[in-house]
Design a protein around this ligand. Structure first.
Ligand code: GAL
Length: 441
């Protein structure tokens, strides 16, 4: 008689399990990680980050004054709730194997949780910075090998956002290696009770847009660091991207972004005026900064102001606090603007908004003022017989149109409009005409 003893039974089970695993593995779709969501950043993070102006020269006083200034100047109420410490909050420079990760008590005498509380009490959020290496990009201790411990520490401090920066290294590394880096931190953050938005700062290497959302990353840089330039010929120092470089880099990547996971075109340079202690570049004109801001809103990039908000001039403040433009960035549908027309220097970008209206941006990259025309039928492939137009920089309704809309756009300017299809009522008057007349009375 064939007797099966316990040991054989056990071995048999193991074999069965192994065979089943192989069968399942070969049936499963290859490589692509299953989508994961931490439920955060349903609209792109909007706020301030210390790096573009201050570099690593930051401290508690700057952060508190920044929060106070953002409340006093209307930025918080316009949607700027994140206040993010970038590199330089750490106590030690050098490898993590030689030093712990702690806040610098000279720069932050009351610690990070004091600042998180200070922000939270005022309806704002606090962000922090680290990286997957032994050191961060500015040479401070990184998180390598201590991801779980650091995630716990950040969560205990009440931190709401983590910029996790690989310093644009590992350019040629296999995707699996890159994924492991960001997966490890994402998993560590997801086990915390306190939700922390994860920014993978990785210069777009390894086609990060294809896989980062699947790891639970909320936004990822698509290109190299921004410089304080609108359109510098080539790349400054053969590395930096100006505003138009970032914009062009994003063309084709629209489909990877949406609620909870965004293409990040890097921090805003509005108001730096070539004065940054940290960024290269000679600054841009008021119009160019406004164009940059409008574009970042249209593509729903995170919008983190890099300037010293305690000293913003009136024009920059008006640019940043244009609630109608911020609303495009924060539109709950999360549709990213596409370039719908490219006539050399004259380009049209458009996106559909949650309420069915469309945002349209006319960009003139050329050196002279140009006349530009926008046609809903041709540019949106939307058969709008009658539509209303609102100018989002002039804050004015321009009226009702049934023909293409023509206007002047200055050199390097972006005009931004919200257009709405009008239903026609039985008596031939458009419903919206009637509503506008109501308003005028
Ligand atoms: C760079 C990053 C910058 C800033 C800096 C800090 O890699 O792109 O935005 O975070 O590191 O050292």
């Amino acid at each position: 008689m064939f007797v099966v003893n316990k040991k054989q039974k056990f071995a048999g089970l193991i074999w069965m399990f192994a065979l089943l695993s192989v069968a399942f593995a070969s049936a499963a779709p290859a490589a692509q990680p299953a989508p994961r969501s931490n439920g955060l950043a349903q609209t792109p993070p909007v706020g301030w980050s210390s790096w573009n102006n201050f570099g690593d020269d930051i401290n508690e006083q700057i952060v508190i004054e920044t929060i106070d200034a953002m409340i006093a100047n209307g930025m918080r109420d316009a949607g700027y709730v994140f206040v993010n410490l970038d590199d330089g909050w750490q106590r030690y420079k050098g490898a993590r194997r030689d030093h712990p990760l702690e806040f610098d008590p000279k720069k932050f005498p009351r610690g990070i949780s004091y600042l998180a509380d200070y922000a939270h009490q005022r309806g704002m959020k606090l962000g922090i910075y680290s990286g997957p290496g032994q050191t961060t990009c500015a040479g401070y201790t990184g998180s390598e090998g201590h991801e779980a411990e650091d995630a716990r520490m950040f969560a205990n401090w009440g931190v709401d956002h983590l910029k996790y920066d690989s310093c644009c290294s590992h350019r040629e590394a296999p995707k699996e290696e890159l994924q492991k880096i960001f997966r490890t931190m994402s998993n560590a953050l997801m086990t915390q009770k306190h939700g922390i938005v994860l920014h993978a700062c990785h210069c777009g290497w390894g086609d990060i847009w294809e896989w980062a959302a699947g790891l639970g990353v909320n936004h990822w840089r698509i290109g190299q660091d921004i410089s304080d330039d609108f359109n510098y010929p080539g790349n400054r120092e053969q590395y930096y991207f100006d505003v138009l470089d970032q914009l062009d880099r994003g063309v084709g990547l629209e489909k990877y972004a949406g609620p909870g996971h965004w293409n990040d075109y890097d921090m805003l340079i509005v108001g730096l005026d070539g004065q940054s202690k940290q960024l290269v570049g000679t600054g841009a004109s008021n119009i160019e900064y406004r164009t940059h801001f409008s574009l970042w809103a249209m593509v729903s990039s995170p919008m983190l102001v890099g300037a010293d908000v305690r000293k913003l001039d009136q024009y920059s403040l008006e640019t940043l606090t244009n609630k109608e433009i911020v609303a495009l960035n924060q539109d709950p549908a999360g549709n990213i603007a596409h370039k719908v027309r490219d006539d050399g220097d004259l380009e049209v970008f458009a996106r559909e908004l949650a309420d069915g209206s469309h945002a349209v941006l006319l960009l003139n990259r050329g050196a002279a003022t140009a006349t530009m025309t926008f046609s809903p039928r041709a540019d949106l492939q939307a058969p709008m017989d009658r539509y209303s137009i609102r100018d989002l920089w002039k804050h004015r309704d321009l009226g009702t149109y049934d023909i293409p809309f023509t206007t002047e756009v200055q050199s390097h300017e972006a005009r931004v409009f919200r257009i709405r299809q009008l239903a026609t009522s039985a008596n031939g008057r458009s419903v919206s005409d009637a509503a506008e007349q109501e308003l005028a009375r």
